[in-house]
Write a protein that binds this ligand. Structure first.
Ligand code: NIG
Ligand code: FE
Length: 408
């Protein structure tokens, strides 16, 4: 028996922000997208549709609705137990994020709650969070571990992230972040903890649980020397690296990460000119996280103009986590990237599409063009700048993921 031909749909009459290079927004005023299986077979002006479209092709008339690529959230910590609302109150009474961390709270309080949660409870809570992101058009999400901090708990959190990717219509990329905080059982022995974390990584990799490796290089995280040992271990396994860099202080983490050809450096409020130069040379993406900037009431902004001048690609992500960014709206991050960081709406959009894909090392998405994955969102709007401009209005797009309409 011959295999059935892949399902084929022609989406006609879209106002399309394709993010293809060459024009602002990759704009096509009256566009068609021909989808075969999970892939875009052809994208272009509706008036230039190719001849020889298959008989029996399903046709959907979008009636001039706006189409954008599916959104990509390139930095989240979606799998954890508990919340940190009490810590939020403490911070409002004057304690700083660093004070709370040094007193054993912060990340470590989420570690205790995560260790105490069952696999199923972690999965259900993370699935609820993932569905909230998806409702706004997110089709790909990166999820970090980093709240288990034992061999078993780190593996459990990565396995929960993998299960999300299997059970939801969502691409999940996993990142191992054992070097997130020092767990209490290693107090005073950070180097020993890094030795342990490095041995866990090989097992996680062998079990197919990890796509990339991250670390938190800061005064309340790990030193550059410890970070470098994590990177060397990752690279020995052939895994790409990323870094929580220069969030609270300048540790020269970005330059270190760039030396290891990092996919991205994230946060970057305290990034130096030398760090920018190193990132530009290495092609490392700057992932800016306006939710954490806002929620920690930071005043030092990442050096956006210098990043632009150096040609460093900029991505935007939610950094969803219970301590510094309990936010589940990537559209709100678009707005905040514009208001706080002065990105243009188009730069912000490139930050959740084409540049976010690059921050994850994914070449098959983020742009709507022939050969790319058929991940896109259909919006009740005329232009994507409207979605960066409005906030708190909860637009609900139709969403196509891998060629299938998953939200109608
Ligand atoms: O990306 N900076 C370190 N990690 C997280 C926060 C983690 C937490 O506070 O639980 C971040 O902001
Ligand atoms: Fe983070």
């Amino acid at each position: 028996m011959r295999p059935a031909p892949p399902r084929s749909t022609l989406w006609r009459h879209a106002r399309l922000a394709s993010f293809q290079a060459g024009t602002a927004w990759g704009w096509i005023e009256d566009a068609a997208l021909w989808v075969e299986g999970d892939t875009l077979r052809w994208v272009g002006p509706d008036s230039a549709l190719p001849a020889g479209l298959p008989a029996g092709l399903q046709v959907q008339d979008l009636q001039s609705a706006l189409v954008t690529p599916g959104l990509i959230d390139a930095h989240t910590h979606l799998v954890y137990g508990g919340d940190r609302a009490a810590e939020f109150e403490q911070r409002l009474q004057g304690a700083s994020y660093e004070d709370i961390a040094r007193a054993g709270g912060g990340i470590r309080s989420t570690v205790a709650a995560t260790r105490a949660a069952s696999d199923e409870a972690l999965f259900q809570a993370a699935a609820r969070r993932a569905r909230a992101l998806m409702a706004e058009g997110v089709t790909t999400v990166e999820i970090k571990s980093g709240y288990g901090l034992t061999q078993a708990d780190e593996a459990r959190c990565l396995a929960v992230a993998r299960r999300l990717g299997r059970e939801l219509p969502l691409t999940v990329r996993t990142t191992s972040l054992a070097a997130h905080a020092l767990p209490p059982e290693f107090a005073g022995r950070a180097d020993d903890y890094i030795d342990a974390a490095i041995t866990w990584l090989a097992g996680q990799h062998a079990a197919g649980l990890v796509d990339a490796v991250d670390a938190f290089c800061d005064t309340i995280g790990f030193t550059p020397a410890q970070t470098e040992r994590v990177f060397q271990a990752a690279q020995a396994l052939g895994l790409p690296v990323k870094l929580h860099a220069e969030q609270l202080s300048d540790q020269n983490g970005a330059a270190l990460a760039a030396r290891h050809c990092a996919l991205s450096c994230d946060h970057l409020e305290h990034l130096s000119p030398a760090g920018i130069h190193a990132m530009a040379q290495a092609g490392t993406v700057a992932v800016l996280l306006p939710g954490a900037f806002y929620f920690l009431r930071e005043t030092k902004r990442p050096p956006v103009q210098a990043l632009r001048d150096a040609g460093v690609p900029i991505a935007i992500a939610t950094d969803h986590n219970p301590g510094s960014s309990p936010c589940l709206s990537l559209l709100l991050m678009l707005n905040m990237a514009c208001t706080f960081f002065r990105l243009t709406p188009e730069e912000a959009w490139r930050g959740v599409t084409v540049n976010a894909a690059r921050a994850l090392g994914l070449a098959d998405r983020g742009v709507l063009a022939a050969g790319q994955r058929a991940d896109f969102a259909v919006w009740d709007a005329e232009h994507p700048r409207e979605l960066a401009y409005r906030f708190g209005q909860g637009p609900r797009p139709r969403v196509v993921q891998g060629g299938r309409e998953i939200i109608t």
